[in-house]
Every structure is written in C-alpha cells, then in structure tokens.
Design a protein around this ligand. Structure first.
Ligand code: GDD
Ligand code: MG
Length: 363
C-alpha cells in the first residue's frame, strides 16, 4: 500500500475572487464556518495522511502565506508557488513539480481549491493503488453536468473520455462529472509541458486517454459542492456548521448555528440552519437568521429577517430588513425596511437608504 503523502492545491486562475462580496480577498480565504475556506481542505487532507501540501496560485498569493505560514499549526508542511501569469490547471500542476519529493511511481493528490466534499481521500488512494492507474479521478453525479467535466467510464471504472463543459446534447453522455480531486502518479506530472498554460481538463486528460494511459474513475456519492457562486458558498458554510459536510476544521461543535467568540447576539435573536456569526459581529433583538453567513464585524439590526444570504465583513443591515438569497458586500449599508431577494448583490461599501427597495405587493 503506497500512501499519498503529498498534495497540490489549485487556488489560482480567474475564478478565485468572490465578487462583489469582497474585491480583495480571494475566495479560498473567505470564511466558511468561521475559518478561511481553504482550512477545511487542508485539514481534511491532513486527516487522510497528507503531510506536504504545495499551494499553486496565480494572484493575491500574498494573503495565503501570512495566514497559513509553514502549515505547522495544521500539522502540515505547506509551500507556496505563485505563477507570473496564470498557467491553467495543468500548467499550475507542472509548475510546482520541483517542490514534490515523491518517487516517480508514488501517488500525488491534486485538489481544485473551490470544492467542499466529504470524499474519502484514503479510499481514492486505495482505488488508485488497486487499479494501477496512471491517474485516478473522483467522480460525482449531478443533474445538470454542463458546467463541469463529463467523465464516462466503462464497467470497470476505467475512464473512456473526458469532455470539459459539454456544449451539445449529444456530448452529454453521462451524469458523472469530474469532482476536482485527482491522484497522479508522480511521473505523469512530469509529462505535462512546462512553461506555458495547460488545461488539465482540455489538454492533459484527453491527451493521456489518446495515448492509451489508464485513467480510473471512482464514483462516490458523498457530500459534494462546487463553491463557484456566493450562494453555493453560503450553502457550503451552513452545511459545514450542521455537520453535513464533514471537516475537522470547524471551530466548535456542529449544530444549528456557530457563533464566534467575540460576536454579540441578542438573547431573543433566532439563529438556525447552520448560520455563522463571525468575530465581532452584532445581531440585534428579535433578528431571525437562517442558513446564512454573517462575516466579521457585520451588524444586523433588530427585527431583520435573513435567509440563505451572505453578509460581508463590516456590513450593516437595518431594522426589519428582509434578505432572501442576497449577497451583501463588505462594508455595505442596507437601511431599515428594505426587502432584497433572489440573487441580488450589493457592492462592497454601497449605501442603500431606509425603505428604498421591496418586492412584495402593496398591502
Ligand atoms: N494555480 C492556478 N493557476 N490555479 C488555477 C488556474 C491557474 O491558472 N486556473 C484554475 N485554477 C484553479 C481554480 O482556482 C480552481 O480551484 C480549480 O483550479 C478549477 O478551476 P475553475 O476555474 O474553478 O474550473 P471550473 O470550476 O470551471 O471546472 C473545474 O472544476 C469542476 C468541478 O467543480 C474542472 O476541473 C471541471 O472538470 C470540474 O468538473
Ligand atoms: Mg470551480
């Protein structure tokens, strides 16, 4: 049994910013269940026996290292590599190869940095060792696979094709998609061309298949969520708090709510559905907050009713305001008696006066 001791975490590229929640914080650093999202992935990898993690990033890299340092607080050895220009997923993997110390036949884990999952990492390693594959992929099933990489397999789980972001109905040949966790045999990483952008999904996987390489899929129906949108981020944070998404990094016991130490919550405020209240945040009397994330220093005034929403750091939500599926940017001020719904996004620092927007009809 060859254990996977090393992992590469991909946290660069275009999708890393969570706009407009915050312009300056890369998504992996926005708190989910009270800690930067990336902490959950790092802690889960550690729990599966990984000791060394290389963070491959392409911008705003300077926020990762001050927070995670050498990784020792998580029991890890973490190194950081920043691309001058984004190299794509495959290019990013190739670009950090020199940091790996695994032998040519040893398994190296690779994770997309924007996935929340209950994947049994050790089971993926075992499957990889048992099948003798060059690359193993975690696959999951989704209803609408168009935003993902489609991965059909044969009866033995061997991958037969890799179709990134299928466009036509004929291309949708399966509901199995690439879940963003791989194991590469170390020597396979070295075959990725160096020094230019490479997409692992559009170039490396199809190329390996064409050359007869063995790609093995492991379909696993555990918790899986792509945090590509702020709404998904809120969902993921709530699922972490409630224990649906397992992570050793949730600070505190899992339950209906997570209130960080320095937050102030009025005695009659009601927090449910995995709501997180960040450090220094203040929740006023009678406020009701369900399935939402309130980031550090935000203020929710008395009687506000908030559902499935993200309240940015230092933002203020006025009395009796109703938010449903809303994203409020850092430092934004939403006055009293507003009603914001269904995917609305308020820019960082924007100011919305009292009683200026509502959706309900005249009464
Ligand atoms: N270092 C670095 N450099 N990382 C990158 C770069 C880059 O140039 N480009 C993307 N990444 C990282 C992203 O930060 C993310 O963590 C991961 O690679 C995947 O990139 P996304 O841009 O989020 O891709 P996607 O969500 O459209 O699709 C990917 O994920 C799906 C699952 O969520 C693909 O891997 C699909 O096949 C997959 O189904
Ligand atoms: Mg993504």
């Amino acid at each position: 049994m060859t254990e996977a001791k090393e992992a590469i975490l991909l946290v660069g590229g275009k999708g890393t910013r969570l706009r407009p929640l915050t312009v300056h914080t890369p998504k992996p650093m926005v708190p989910a269940a009270g800690v930067p999202f990336l902490t959950h992935q790092l802690a889960r990898a550690r729990a599966a026996g990984v000791e060394h993690i290389v963070l491959a990033t392409s911008y705003l890299a300077e926020v990762f290292e001050p927070h995670f340092g050498d990784g020792s607080s998580l029991g890890l050895h973490i190194e950081y590599v920043t691309e001058q220009e984004p190299l794509g997923t495959g290019g990013a993997i190739r670009n950090v190869a020199a940091k790996l110390s695994s032998g040519p036949d040893e398994p190296v884990l690779i994770f997309n940095g924007d996935i929340l999952t209950g994947l049994d990492i050790r089971a993926l390693v075992t499957s990889h060792n048992d099948s003798g594959a060059d690359v193993s992929l975690h696959l999951t099933r989704v209803e609408d696979p168009r935003a993902f990489g489609l991965v059909p397999t044969d009866a033995t789980g061997r991958v037969t094709a890799f179709l990134e972001k299928p466009q036509t109905p004929e291309e949708i040949v399966t509901d199995q998609i690439n879940a963003g966790a791989y194991i590469f045999r170390r020597s396979v990483i070295d075959t990725i061309p160096e020094g230019r952008p490479v997409s692992v999904e559009r170039e490396t996987f199809p190329g390996l298949l064409a050359s007869g390489a063995h790609l093995q899929g492991m379909v696993d129906s555990t918790y899986w969520l792509d945090l590509g949108t702020p709404q998904a981020f809120v969902r993921g944070s709530a699922d972490l708090v409630m224990g649906r998404a397992p992570s050793p990094a949730v600070p505190g016991r899992c339950g209906d709510r997570l209130v960080l130490e320095t937050a102030t919550v009025a005695a009659d405020a009601k927090l449910t559905g995995g709501t997180v209240v960040g450090a220094g945040a203040v929740i006023g009397a009678g406020a009701r907050i369900d399935g939402s994330t309130v980031l550090a220093g935000a203020v929710v005034e008395a009687g506000a009713v908030i559902t499935d929403s993200l309240i940015g750091a230092g933002a203020r939500i006025g009395s009796r305001t109703v938010l449903n599926g809303a994203v409020i940017g850092d430092g934004a001020q939403v006055g009293a008696d507003n009603e914001l719904r269904d995917g609305v996004r308020i820019w960082c620092g924007a100011v919305l006066p009292d009683a200026s927007i509502r959706f309900s009809s005249d009464q």
